[in-house]
Design a protein around this ligand. Structure first.
Ligand SMILES: Nc1ncnc2c1ncn2[C@@H]1O[C@H](COP(=O)(O)OP(=O)(O)OP(=O)(O)O)[C@@H](O)[C@H]1O
Length: 278
């Protein structure tokens, strides 16, 4: 049985029912890594928030989201809150807004832990330090006692990863987790994400606008355009034989290192011209 089964998920907003996600279906097995790629506004984040049960009240959701056989669409908020941070968790794009600036990060990680497990014998601190170490923070004690502004962007993103992983979730949703980081730190955090997901055996839904980034973490990828899935398959196949013109554009831009010096860099629009330009 799949860990996650999404069927005909449609999300619209407001009284005019503007459609943001349109009949999206996909599956994810235990421990599998699936990337969702697409340009800004294509519905990636709305899909993730629907899975987390974090959409605003103005959102109208139809279709089905089954996690380990349990239907999440229509589940009461109290039940969804019990799953969040426990069975499924999310790593957000902007660590500075996702972390509380007034609280030491060790306490923030501990709060996620204590929300779902009783702290028998005061072991929370030890588990937090251990988790911070596992996400590659060498000086875990000092980091735990720091406020977010006292840490670097890469350290903050690792703290968010620790929060997402501390309860050993079955599924971790990462929404552009490294976009705010500079390129070398990004590469390090992606390698680390790959390692900890493997060590924890967690499945991952990894959202990005960058195919090169997705290919470092995921085995399979969905391509979204204007709320729909236009192409899906193994990352290697997408790179070698992209079918949709938009995907061809993404592949070309992910391979700008192959463009000879002096030649113009390709853009997605070379392959998939926008409305009006077409
Ligand atoms: N709360 C909301 N109310 C109304 N419309 C919304 C709301 N949230 C998102 N949308 C709309 O849904 C569509 C999809 O947005 P979404 O955030 O999922 O895009 P995205 O692919 O994640 O883009 P990005 O890469 O910029 O994060 C957009 O047209 C957006 O304006």
């Amino acid at each position: 049985m799949s860990l996650l089964q999404v069927t005909d998920l449609t999300v619209s907003f407001g009284r005019r029912r503007a459609v943001a996600v349109d009949s999206v279906s996909f599956e994810l097995g235990q421990g599998q890594r699936l990337g969702i790629i697409g340009e800004s506004g294509s519905g990636k984040t709305v899909t993730a928030l629907a899975l987390m049960g974090l959409l605003p009240e103005t959102a109208h959701v139809t279709g089905s989201i089954r996690l380990a056989g349990r239907e999440l669409v229509g589940l009461p908020e109290a039940s969804l809150a019990g799953l969040r941070g426990d069975v499924l968790s999310m790593v957000f794009q902007e660590p500075m807004t996702a972390l509380d600036p007034t609280m030491r990060v060790g306490r923030q990680v501990a709060e996620v832990l204590l929300l779902h497990t009783a702290d028998r014998g005061g072991s929370a601190r030890a588990r937090v330090i251990d988790m911070l170490g596992r996400v590659g923070l060498a000086d875990a004690e000092r980091v735990a006692d720091s406020f977010p502004h006292q840490l670097s962007g890469g350290q903050r993103q690792r703290c968010l990863l620790a929060m997402a992983l501390i309860n050993s979730p079955d599924l971790v949703i990462c929404d552009e987790p490294t976009t705010a980081l500079d390129v070398t730190v990004q590469a390090r955090v992606l390698r680390l994400l790959d390692e900890v997901l493997t060590a924890e055996g967690a499945a991952c839904l990894f959202i990005s606008h960058d195919l090169a980034v997705v290919s470092q973490v995921c085995t399979d990828v969905l391509v979204m355009l204007e709320g729909r899935i236009v192409e899906a398959g193994p990352v290697a196949r997408l790179f070698s034989a992209p079918e949709h013109p938009y995907t061809r554009g993404l592949v070309a831009t992910a391979r700008i290192d192959e463009v000879p010096p002096g030649e113009r860099l390709p853009t997605v629009e070379d392959f998939y011209p926008r409305e009006g330009a077409r």
